[in-house]
Design a protein around this ligand. Structure first.
Ligand code: NDP
Length: 246
């Protein structure tokens, strides 16, 4: 871990870390020496398994269940997380949902649920941890966007819109928080092999640009780089096997 990350800044909160990309990032941050708060909404057993994996590797982690689309739950999550491992210096806004539907059947319910879980949640959690980062004079904000923000993707208009909204939010935080040594960056994956695609028909893996799905730990590698690099802010890193090039 870079010398710029002092002991006090090594508490990382990862939303939606029970499974998939969030879990892989939580494991990576723990291996880097962070104490990790593993957030989840329903799947307590998977969150407990993520914590057990971190502890078996010699790391420190706690699982906290909270529906981060709810303001009251976010306040309670951040309070409990801070009480466990101290001020939060690293926040990974990872939790998200992808409700797949035909373009002619997108509903307002799906739109509202998608924006509440994918966008409002990131705003709520970020605002709740910013006082810690300001006091630490250190912060790393990471937003899990998606290549769908640029290509439209295969899920829905609401999903692609939610992921584009995260980029605008990230740009605002990046531009506003430099005086406090707080960086904000986004990771935009595509076709990473997780549960999020359950029920979605994807192109066969051999038809994807690199001939396979990506792995969650390949996304976690980018999170590691964002945390250790203090001179990069306001950027979006694509992890998509060349599906979309910047
Ligand atoms: P998964 O479906 O595998 O995991 C989703 C995680 O989010 C779970 O830990 C789940 O918790 C949690 N979660 C869902 N809703 C809430 C909520 N309201 N409050 C708290 N936690 C919640 O998804 P992925 O790992 O694939 O995706 C992670 C992020 O990456 C998402 O934002 C997704 O949009 C983005 N992404 C993923 C891509 C991919 O190819 N996989 C491509 C582009 C972007 P629980 O286990 O309790 O249900």
């Amino acid at each position: 871990m870079s010398e710029t990350l002092s002991e006090i800044s090594r508490h990382a909160l990862v939303t939606g870390a029970s499974r998939g990309i969030g879990r892989a990032i939580a494991l990576m941050l723990a291996r880097m020496g962070c104490k990790v708060t593993v957030n989840y909404v329903r799947n307590g057993a998977a969150a407990a398994e993520a914590v057990a994996l971190i502890e078996a590797d010699g790391g420190k982690a706690r699982a906290i269940g909270a529906d981060i689309s709810e303001p009251g739950a976010v306040a309670a999550l951040v309070k409990e997380a801070r009480g466990g491992f101290g001020p939060i210096g690293i926040l990974v806004n990872n939790a998200g949902i992808a409700r797949h539907s035909s373009v002619f059947e997108n509903t307002i319910e799906d739109f509202d649920a998608t924006f509440a879980t994918n966008v409002r949640s990131a705003f709520l959690v970020t605002q709740a941890v910013l006082p810690d980062m300001r006091d630490l004079a250190f912060g790393r904000l990471i937003f899990l966007s998606s290549t769908a923000a640029q290509t439209g993707g295969v899920i829905s208009a609401a999903y692609a819109g939610s992921k584009a909204a995260l980029l605008g939010m990230m740009h605002h935080y990046a531009a506003s928080l430099m005086p406090w040594n707080i960086t904000a960056n986004a990771i935009s994956p595509a076709f990473i092999d997780t549960d999020i695609f359950a029920g979605v028909t994807l192109p066969p893996a051999e038809k994807l640009p690199l001939g396979r799905m990506g792995r969650a730990d390949e996304v976690a590698e980018v999170a590691r780089m964002i945390v250790t690099c203090g001179f990069m802010t306001g950027q979006t890193i694509q992890v998509n096997a060349g599906r979309y090039m910047t």
